[in-house]
Design a protein around this ligand. Structure first.
Ligand code: 13P
Length: 293
């Protein structure tokens, strides 16, 4: 069933388990995610990026996710990932998103505060949650490419001030994980084996000062043990995209290579959807989301 994000993320689950926010942009990914959630009896968040909405069309993609969510036997919330376009967020709120992320983290602090407050005022009037980001999450995501810097990590004191002033519902923190897959520029090779690192000390310091649920982006590539450990520091949501894409890609490429005679897209795509579902199920077990409904 399609539910408000507040039904999934609450005080009682903090520190015990987390809910993944899986990205989707198409039918196959959506099916794989929803099947994984049903198989694991797990609540999930399905999120769209601006790029995904551009790729599939807003009404088309939202209609697909809502249809799948409504038919599912598990609670599913719809969330908009990184977006700095207030008008687009308004449209998505009207379309039934129960949570949106205003990402003004590329702006100076005061401007980030100002824009975030405007979105919160609009969204809260309509019962919709707002996520915002403080610090800069490394890697590639839609229009952003953040390359490096310890100074880009979330500062605990500033986070406390930001949450108090904006009254956001969830806070995305930059604690070392990164979006997407790093590419080695010398050999132009995708580094799928790189293990990302979450700065647990920083997370602990943030939890001391910030009481709302935290969100860790770029959870792909982070070792399972680190994801588990981060739950204890009030990380309620982990954003996961790349690991699903990699699994889908690998299976699709292998199938194409093995079966060059197949031309029915369904036969090519189904094994890739299955592979994606397996990875999604694994994440649900790691985050202890399985059997939480
Ligand atoms: P990954 O692609 O690294 O899983 O990150 C997804 C994400 O954080 C989307 O906001």
């Amino acid at each position: 069933m399609l539910v408000h994000i507040g039904k999934l993320i609450n005080r009682h689950m903090l520190g015990k388990y987390a809910v993944p926010a899986f990205n989707t942009q198409d039918l196959e990914t959506t099916l794989g995610i929803v099947r994984a959630a049903q198989a694991q009896k797990a609540p999930i968040i399905i999120q769209t990026s601006v790029g995904a909405l551009e790729y599939a069309g807003i009404e088309e993609l939202v209609g697909l996710i809502k249809t799948e969510a409504r038919q599912a036997r598990v609670p599913i919330a719809l969330h908009q990932d990184h977006c700095h376009d207030f008008n687009l967020l308004k449209k998505l709120i009207d379309l039934g998103y129960s949570s949106v992320m205003i990402d003004a983290s590329h702006l100076p602090y005061k401007e980030n505060l100002k824009l975030t407050k405007q979105v919160v005022a609009y969204a809260h009037k309509r019962g919709v949650w707002v996520q915002a980001e403080l610090g800069r999450i490394l890697g590639n995501e839609d229009w952003q490419n953040v390359k490096s810097g310890e100074d880009l990590m979330t500062d605990p004191d500033q986070a406390a001030d930001f949450v108090a002033q904006t009254r956001i519902d969830t806070l995305a923190v930059a604690v070392g994980s990164m979006h997407g897959i790093p590419i080695d520029p010398r050999i132009k090779k995708v580094l799928t084996t790189l293990r990302e690192h979450i700065d647990l000390k920083r997370l602990a310091a943030i939890r001391q000062k910030v009481k709302i649920p935290l969100v860790v982006h770029g959870a792909s590539g982070v070792p399972d043990a680190q994801l588990r450990a981060a739950i204890k520091f009030n990380v309620a949501v982990f954003n996961i995209d790349t690991d699903l894409r990699v699994a889908f890609n690998k299976a699709l490429r292998a199938n194409l290579k093995k079966n060059p005679q197949i031309y029915d897209p369904r036969k090519l795509l189904a094994p890739a959807t299955d592979a994606l579902q397996k990875v999604a199920e694994h994440k649900l077990k790691v985050l202890k989301t399985s059997n939480q409904i």
